[in-house]
Structures are given as structure tokens and as C-alpha cells.
Ligand binder design. Structure first.
Ligand code: HEM
Length: 262
């Protein structure tokens, strides 16, 4: 059955009503439009996909981690068995665990490669210093996430690697012994250490990572992406004046077609 233009515009209006409702109250639609249609340099390279690759690795870790947490038991008497159960008995358990275990290394390696790209392209310079500083925090938290996760299987490798890690922290000047006590949760590695590492690994660091990645990406979108150093439009070279339309959708919310707030 053919639809008339009048019918089509009625359907369109009905579909757009919730979108308009949301836009008037939040400016979210303008924000998403700005995100999707913003200008980026025309000569971007594959090296500039490393940030998104890192983000993808992080999301894979978050999803597989949530699944593992449904079966893992953070107790010295059952931690190892629960990991064996996940690997040997659960449907696709070996895959989810393998993705999480290997994905941790992939995440860290990608983070370093992304940081190397940012450094070699000089993308940390004005006005992106804050993006870099947040990146430094992400790198630190990311590695601490790997350290706390390593103990969880509670096998010989996990135990002794953690002994070494905690002892290294203990050699730090002034705060060293204090730090290793906090990490151990007592004078010896035991149930309290495992519970502590689990909580930090599951709640504290992922929360921090999510928040900081959000801030990192906000700055990436707000400041725009840099051109490669060899580009004709790279920073420091003469280029035609740019028209800045970046914030339009966010600062001029209003009903669709009204042309924004006046
Ligand atoms: C969880 C870790 C991280 C995620 C998910 C992430 C994500 C991203 C994404 C998606 C971009 C835009 C695309 C790109 O340039 O590749 C970006 C840009 C940037 N990142 Fe990261 N990043 C992370 C860690 C880091 C680290 C460790 C540093 C440096 C210490 C860093 C510094 C920067 C800078 C300065 C930019 C702007 C680059 C430009 O404008 O060309 N990031 N990041």
C-alpha cells in the first residue's frame, strides 16, 4: 500500500516527538550529531585508530570481566576451583576466561602503542596537555588493574608474582612499607589480600577507568584530532582560517526547526 506525503510526515512527526523531547531537555541529540558529524583532518592515518583500538580492548575486558565475576569466588579455599570450573565446565567459559586473560595484555600493549603514537606525532602539545595527563592516569590505573587481577586465580604463579610486586612496592622511600601493608591488608598475604585485590580490581579501578576514559574522550572531541606531523595542515603551518561550529548543537538547544534558542 502506497503512503501519501501527508501520512509520511505524520509518521515522521510521531517518531521525532520523543527525540525533540529529549533534545529540549538535555541537548543530547545536538551533542551526538556534533560527535558524529564533526570535522577531522582529511589525512588521518591508521596510527590514529590506536586510541579506539585501546577503547575496544577495554570494553572487551569490562564485558568478559562481568561474566567471570558471576562465577568467580574471591576466597582462598574456592578461588582456584572456581577458575577451573569456569575453564572446564561452563559453556564457552574457556573462551571468556581466555579473552579476559589475553585481553589484559592486549589492552596494556595497545595503550603503550597509542601513547607512543601520541608522543611521536607531538599530539600532547598545546592545547592537549590535559588529554595527555589523563592518559598518564589511565596508563597507571590500567597497569594496577593488571596487577590486582593477576592474584585472583590464586595459583602458585599468582601468589608469588604478588609477593614480588608487594615487596617491590615495599622498597619505595618513606611510603614503601605503608603501601605494602595496605596492599596486603595485614602482615601476610591471605584471605584479606584476595578480597582486597578483588574489590579494587572489580570496583575501584574500573570505576576510575570509565570516568577517566569519558573525560579523555570528551577532550578528544572538544579539541579535535591532530593531523600527522607531515600533513600540510599540521600545527605550526600556515592554513586557511577555520570556521568553528563545534559547540553549536550543545549551546543552542531548542525545538527542531526553531533554529535554536534566541
Ligand atoms: C584506556 C586507555 C586509553 C583510551 C581508551 C584512549 C582513547 C583515545 C582515543 C579514542 C583517542 C582519539 C583517537 C586517537 O588519537 O587514537 C585518544 C587520543 C589521545 N590520547 Fe588516548 N586513550 C587512552 C590512553 C592514553 C594514554 C596512556 C595517553 C598518554 C599518556 C593518551 C593520550 C592521548 C592524547 C594526547 C590524545 C589526543 C591525540 C590527538 O588529538 O591526536 N591516551 N585517546
Amino acid at each position: 500500500m502506497a503512503t501519501t506525503p501527508a501520512q509520511r510526515s505524520k509518521v515522521e512527526a510521531a517518531l521525532l516527538t520523543p527525540v525533540d523531547w529529549l533534545e529540549e531537555r538535555s541537548g543530547l541529540v545536538g551533542g551526538v550529531r556534533h560527535f558524529l558529524f564533526r570535522n577531522v583532518p582529511s589525512d588521518l592515518t591508521w596510527f590514529q585508530t590506536l586510541g579506539s583500538a585501546t577503547l575496544t580492548a577495554f570494553l572487551v575486558q569490562a564485558i568478559t570481566g562481568v561474566i567471570l565475576a558471576m562465577y568467580y569466588k574471591p576466597d582462598p579455599n574456592s578461588a582456584y576451583q572456581s577458575i577451573q570450573h569456569i575453564t572446564n565446565d561452563l559453556t564457552w567459559g574457556w573462551l571468556v576466561r581466555g579473552m579476559h586473560r589475553w585481553g589484559a595484555s592486549v589492552f596494556i600493549i595497545l595503550m603503550f602503542m597509542h601513547m607512543g603514537r601520541v608522543f611521536l606525532f607531538g599530539s600532547y602539545k598545546y592545547p592537549r596537555e590535559l588529554t595527555w595527563l589523563i592518559g598518564v592516569l589511565l596508563l597507571t590505573l590500567g597497569m594496577f588493574e593488571g596487577f590486582t587481577g593477576y592474584l585472583l586465580p590464586w595459583d602458585q604463579t599468582a601468589y608469588w608474582a604478588t609477593v614480588v610486586g608487594i615487596n617491590i612496592n615495599g622498597t619505595g622511600p618513606f611510603v614503601g612499607p605503608f603501601l605494602s601493608n595496605i596492599l596486603r591488608g595485614g602482615s601476610e598475604i591471605g584471605p584479606d589480600t584476595l578480597a582486597r585485590f578483588y574489590s579494587i580490581h572489580m570496583l575501584l579501578i574500573p570505576g576510575g577507568l570509565f570516568a577517566l576514559i569519558g573525560l579523555h574522550l570528551y577532550l578528544v572531541v572538544r579539541l579535535g584530532v591532530t593531523s600527522p606531523p607531515w600533513s600540510k595542515t599540521a600545527a605550526g603551518r600556515d592554513r586557511p582560517p577555520e570556521v568553528d561550529t563545534r559547540k553549536q548543537g550543545l549551546v543552542e538547544p531548542g525545538p527542531r526547526g526553531s533554529g535554536g534558542a534566541s
